[in-house]
Design a protein around this ligand. Sequence first.
Ligand code: GDP
Ligand code: ZN
Length: 357
Amino acid sequence: MNLMELGWNAGFQTEFEKLSRPDLVPARVSNVMKGHLRVRLEGGELLAKLAGKLLFQARHSSDLPAVGDWVAIEAHECEERAIIHHLLPRRTTISRKNPGRATHEQVIAANVDTVFVVAALNHEFNLRRLERYVAMVWDSGAQPVILLNKADLCQNISARVLEAELCAPGVAAHAISAGDGVGFDVLFDYLGAGRTCAFIGSSGVGKSTIINRLLGREVQSTLPVREHDDRGRHSTTSRQMLALSSGGLVIDTPGMRELQLWDADSGLAATFEDIDEIAMQCRYRDCSHRAEPGCAVQAAAESGQLDVARLANFVKLRAEQAFLDRKVDIHAAQEAKARARLLCKGLREVTKFKNRT
Ligand code: GDP
Ligand code: ZN
């Protein structure tokens, strides 16, 4: 694969040239594992380590390369190894809050062009959940596209497609059936050489089935591959960025499957544009649209102009967001501590690295 087929473009080229490092070459991160990463570049794939300086300068884990990131590497092709010196600015960032207590942003995937939000057209079809996922995608900077899978189980497909499009203004919705491949052609409109996509949606909606069908005969490459980990033991990992023979790339990582709402503020605004517009008529600027006098949003819900369930979801999402924001404040202090720990860890890594070479 050449760089363009891997998603390289003029914007990345400009950023790369700004580094003024003719000794380095661009590469794209295809796997992130505990001890090391894998990068793809023109003509192959290399195992990669982070340069000490990159580790030192990282303030958060989000400053370190994630799957899909473009990086500048020192390639030692004869040994099939590389050292990552720089992370190029991301065009889009899919992230979530860290599991556990910390609420740092954790980058799940970078530079994704299209995120397919997958839902199943069975009894679990839920517009509210769809809204959440679409908000998250808007927030990442990628283009959301709704895929209503399992169309074979649905009697009123066109009504469902319309509902989905109404709940997510500006987002296309397509009914497909991954089981038998009906409607699949539409996916290729969003793929093609150098285009990167990812899939989100609840468990069981058919993401793996869709990806496997897209990969066709390449299903092999989704099987776990054996890797040597840091201690020289074998460990199994699966490929996280896959190339399609028809052109285009799919990012599929465990993290993509457990996405949570993270800082979806701007995403919320785009998804609930209609509510924001009505809210301009509320008497109070900070109206919570619950029980305030002169609330235009409540009035719209009462008159039927605005779907009540949609309003309820908006209020819930906003409350959740406010909760998350508070947690971020509390954790700002703990962040300083965590950063010190990261630095210590970086120092150990560098020492280990130096002792080895
Ligand atoms: P994931 O958790 O989103 O990756 O979902 P899977 O791809 O594992 O699919 C969950 C189940 O739905 C599996 O049993 C699939 O065979 C089934 N499934 C996937 N696509 C379709 C479809 O288009 N129609 C029907 N009826 N079942 C499907
Ligand atoms: Zn109001």
